[in-house]
Design a protein around this ligand. Structure first.
Ligand code: HEC
Length: 99
């Protein structure tokens, strides 16, 4: 019982390190701006879609569509406006890496 708890903690710790290795601090900072609506780490608990696990190509395409207005949105145009294509890509990889 005790042993499995310790093993669990070690596994969780290793996963945490593996995840943070995927994203530089700036990407994490950008992603944190989305958590207010999309949930912590992009895991939504409400009506707003989750970002976690979205296919990166789809993610980037949606962000560009919000920015240029070809996908109608309530709030996302405002958010997409603030980022470059490279930043969309970085966030796409970050959210896709979260399980
Ligand atoms: C103020 C709340 C809010 C914030 C902050 C926000 N979003 Fe959204 N997001 C929404 C809503 C609401 C939708 C549904 C489309 C709409 O109505 O704008 C959405 C939709 C999306 C979608 C489409 C998901 C899909 O499954 O098609 C993506 C991708 C997305 N947001 C990414 C982001 C990213 C990246 C950020 C941070 C830079 C962010 N959002 C910040 C509210 C928010």
């Amino acid at each position: 019982m005790k042993k499995s708890l310790i093993t669990g903690l070690i596994v969780a710790g290793t996963l945490g390190v593996a995840l943070s290795a995927h994203a530089d601090p700036r990407t994490r900072f950008m992603a944190a701006n989305c958590s207010y609506c999309h949930g912590p780490d992009g895991k939504s608990r409400g009506a707003i879609p989750s970002l976690t696990g979205l296919e990166p190509g789809y993610f980037v395409q949606q962000m560009k569509a919000f920015r240029d207005g070809s996908r109608p949105s309530t709030v996302m145009k405002k958010h997409a406006n603030g980022y470059s294509d490279a930043e969309f890509e970085a966030m796409a990889k970050y959210f896709a890496s979260i399980k």
